[in-house]
Write a protein that binds this ligand. Structure first.
Ligand code: A2R
Length: 314
């Protein structure tokens, strides 16, 4: 199987490579930026630099590889960053996806393609106290979410009108070892590890800890992605989620319970979002039914592994 992964040195991409690496698979991973440190750590993968906003380079990459499977993970993936870098977010997430789909249409029209969208597309629905389903109305409230719903529209166009074999994963928040501290659980674990190493004062900076989210372990998520490429239906959107809402406050409590240190909390206005979604959790009935996937790793295990990851990081 010839597999092409965009964003392969990112958080999910690195775990995906670990999972797919085998003698039967020939993996081609596109990395970004050109100076990516992670490139040095990846064996058994043909890695090359690609900026997906470059149409010609994207076309050349698909032409050289002629993949049977494409995991399209490359993106600006951070909501806060997307507010400050709107053009880059639009160009990477929408135009980059368009470039990839056009290259696939011309060169490998029968390849299976997975596009990664986000639960952020559901946005703010007042009084929503049930899990979101794929058919619910979407209401993006950030530049990031807007680009993901635009990407989903591209998936619909290319699968229905152009006959590309595209499946969409609507991923809910996920965490685990290797995640950047720009994301909440990893940020807190990183701060706790720094406090334990006495590199920081025992004060943990937090944003809004009253919101509730549906968290998965990244190692479960990449199994869902692989399952979707194997068994997901063409043109369909699938929630990738646990089905449970957890308050960030409880996640914080759990992380702190793993540490012997006594820590004070301090609300950092920088960490508060412009438009925060109070509660977001998903219904995973569709992916369970079609893909036979369900999460295996408990939140406790995920958070413990995440803290250990930061304890072992320099
Ligand atoms: O932002 P960077 O410098 O860490 O690079 C990211 C890369 N990327 C690009 N790749 C090619 N051309 C571009 N113009 C471009 N801009 C950014 O995509 C990073 O290496 C990768 C995305 O990985 P992460 O930011 O670590 O996100 P994660 O959590 O692995 O998410 C994978 C997918 C994304 O589509 C998210 O929006 C979705 O799952 O949640």
């Amino acid at each position: 199987m010839k597999i092409f992964i965009t964003g392969s040195t990112g958080f999910a991409g690195s775990h995906l490579i670990d999972y797919l690496r085998s003698p039967e698979n020939k993996i081609f991973g596109a990395f970004f930026p050109e100076t990516s440190e992670k490139v040095k750590k990846m064996n058994g993968v043909e890695l090359f630099y690609l900026d997906i906003t470059d149409e010609k380079e994207t076309y050349s990459a698909v032409k050289a590889i002629r993949p049977e499977w494409i995991f399209h993970l490359a993106a600006v993936s951070n909501v806060r960053y997307s507010w400050k870098n709107r053009r880059e977010t639009m160009e990477t997430n929408i135009l980059g996806t368009f470039h990839l789909f056009e290259a696939a249409r011309k060169l490998v029209p029968s390849a299976r393609i997975l596009f990664i969208s986000s639960s952020d597309v559901y946005g703010i629905h007042m009084h929503m106290n049930r899990p979101y389903k794929e058919e619910d109305v979407v209401h993006p409230v950030s530049p990031y979410a807007y680009t993901k719903i635009s990407g989903e529209s591209l998936c619909q166009f290319y699968s229905q009108i152009e006959e590309l074999d595209v499946v969409t994963a609507r991923s809910f928040p996920h965490t685990g070892p290797g995640q950047s501290p720009d994301f909440v659980c990893s940020d807190w674990a990183c701060q706790i590890a720094s406090i334990e190493k006495e590199k920081a004062e025992p004060v943990l900076k937090v944003g809004n800890i009253d919101v509730e989210r549906d968290f998965l372990d990244v190692r479960d998520v990449i199994k869902a992605y692989t399952g979707l490429l194997k068994r997901g239906k063409k043109g369909e959107v699938y929630n990738v989620c646990s089905g449970k809402a957890v308050a960030l406050r409880d996640i914080l409590q759990l992380l702190l319970s793993f540490s012997p240190k006594k820590v004070d909390l301090d609300v950092d206005p920088e960490k508060l979002r412009k438009a925060d979604i109070p509660m977001l959790f998903g219904d995973n009935g569709k992916i369970k039914q079609d893909v036979k996937w369900e999460p295996q790793i408990s939140l406790r295990q995920t958070l413990s592994d995440l803290l250990d990851y930061w304890r072992c990081s320099p």
